[in-house]
Ligand binder design. Structure first.
Ligand code: B12
Length: 237
């Protein structure tokens, strides 16, 4: 991979390698082979970057794990074990936060109260880092008050909320308040059917979704530049 102007250019990957890696990763999950799983994911990331690791490999594999768990072909132990390893891989490959200046770049990612599926928060944060953004991941089960405080204190250009349950449908006043602080982006089934001004549904295509957040940042920055600075009152003397 090469780094250009704060964004990562990864080596293009063939469909064959993607399929092969998905199978290897899936086998490592079935075999509870944490070392192999960790190794395969880090090696793939080193060659092909975060977008491909997340969108081409991990999301399809996680979905498969969920389907097989539902059908009783795979145990809760596999789901827990795989989640733990994936979380540690994310920690290993995450570029140091200081490589991106936080000012004007922060995106807050969170799951609402009672939502424990926070891997998408962490995985998406890798893709945002590669787009020159500074993700702040609050993760699972974030209280609304804590989220509000985080949006104020970071001056976030966007807030991404994700989850598997469409629980927000009854929280319109709360969403409106959050959207008055910064644009809100909903991802996953959590966002189904929500229609609130300032609240946007992200695409299920992870690359398109990450590009949309990067575009929001550009829009917010441009708006700030275009906003006329109020005239200063004349100073005495
Ligand atoms: C890993 C996992 C867990 C881990 C979570 C670890 C973690 N820290 O995240 C643990 C073990 C904690 C867990 C717990 C539970 N889980 Co679970 N889990 C999963 C699994 C395998 C992956 C979750 C995930 O990351 N999904 C992300 C992707 C893979 O999901 P997807 O459906 O393909 O999403 C598509 C779009 O919606 C979109 N999308 C989704 N999220 C996002 C986010 C962004 C940013 C973007 C851009 C797009 C996007 O992208 C995909 C298409 O490209 C799923 C299987 C699945 N299909 O999701 C089950 C699943 C979500 N779990 C399920 C269940 C039932 C549970 C439990 C209730 C089990 C239990 N009895 O305890 C608890 C619930 C805990 C809670 N209160 O939240 C069900 C949910 C059914 C439902 N709709 O209610 C699923 C679908 C499994 C199944 N097939 O039944 N789980």
């Amino acid at each position: 991979m090469i780094e250009m102007m704060g964004t990562i250019q990864a080596t293009p990957v063939s469909a064959e390698i993607v399929l092969e890696t998905r199978n290897d990763v899936f086998d490592a999950i079935l075999g509870l082979d944490g070392d192999l799983l960790h190794h395969d994911l880090v090696a793939y990331h080193d060659r092909f970057g975060s977008d491909s690791l997340v969108a081409d490999v991990l999301i399809p594999v996680l979905r498969n794990v969920g389907d097989m768990w539902e059908q009783g072909q795979l145990g809760v132990l596999h789901e827990h074990h795989a989640s733990g390893i994936i979380r540690s891989v994310i920690g290993t490959i995450r570029r140091p936060a200081f490589s991106t200046s936080a000012a004007g770049n922060v995106v807050v990612l969170a799951c609402p109260p009672r939502e424990l599926h926070d891997l998408p928060n962490h995985l998406f944060s890798l893709m945002l880092l590669d787009r020159g953004l500074a993700p702040v991941v609050l993760g699972a089960n974030t209280p609304w008050k804590a989220l509000t405080a985080a949006l104020h204190s970071t001056g976030a250009v966007s807030c991404v909320l994700s989850g598997v349950n469409p629980v927000l449908i009854h929280r319109y006043p709360l969403l409106s308040r959050l959207a008055s602080i910064t644009p809100i982006h909903l991802a996953g089934p959590l966002g189904d059917g929500v229609e609130v001004a300032g609240v946007h549904r992200l695409s299920d295509d992870w690359r398109a979704a990450a590009d949309d957040i990067a575009a929001v940042k550009v829009g917010v920055t441009a708006a700030a530049l275009l906003t006329p600075v109020p005239a200063q009152p004349p100073t005495a003397g």
